[in-house]
Design a protein around this ligand. Sequence first.
Ligand code: ZN
Length: 313
Amino acid sequence: MIGRLCALTMRAPRHQTLMFHRVLKQADPMLPTEPVAGWFDALIGQLSRHYDCIPLGEAVRRAEAGELSGRTLSITFDDGYADNFHIALPILERHRVPATFFVASGFLDGGMMWNDRIIESVRRLDDGQLPVAVDDDRPVPQLGDAASRRQVAEQVIVAWKHLPPTERQRRVDELVEAGPPLPGTLMMTSDQLREMAASSCAEIGGHTRTHPILTSLDDTRALAEIVDGKRDLEAIIGQQLSWFAYPNGKPGKDYAAQHVELVREAGFDGAVSTEWGTYDSRSDAYQVPRFTPWSRNLDRFSLDLARCHYGLI
Ligand SMILES: [Zn+2]
């Protein structure tokens, strides 16, 4: 079945880009949508057999030279989780598949993004009532088994997502302080990033310093986030960055036309969004779309990749 689908995908020269955030050592009820190591290993094995897995820059080069052909695919990771280094990279290296890792530099060495601080706090709090209010309208939720904790974390994330950043920070701090200390090992360290950058299977990309939604900033601050993130990472790895990923990444919502220009101005060669789609010679190299099927069934995963290729997703 996979062979047949892949044969179909050979008809049009379009490049596909997958996006991941994490690869877990084992299943985690608090993170039910994140892939685990065994599955990721099987997936990369399958992709390496059926696709020409290439870096993003090579896809753009081929598209611009009119040489994009066959089944080509790029792998990307966003944010800079430590499991990218410990789990994903060795699997990619074993299959000799390259990937671009987009890292928000401000969370390296012990940091944690606001949504992860909520998840990791809710995971560790004692059973009973959540120690803070989610919002003014709802009763304070109860924490119990893993499923209830997952639900509460999701509810808090949704409720606080669009608060002004300082207000959100205050609420998250209050929640975190009500529970046991959080681990400082969720994101990569500078040393891990440096070691990752030395791998022939890894390219490091920019993802701002603190992962703000660019449309929520004025242009001066947006440019500073893009440039500071780039400089931070370049200073650590001793290499120039070529690629950027827009935080959250939805065009027109999370970034706008002026941010595409700012990314170009900052010296990047290209950028990826989270718009679903494929890349071809007519596409904008500063807005390469990405699509990742969510099924954990590998046949279904391949089918959805093919559907995306044909614009059916
Ligand atoms: Zn991100």
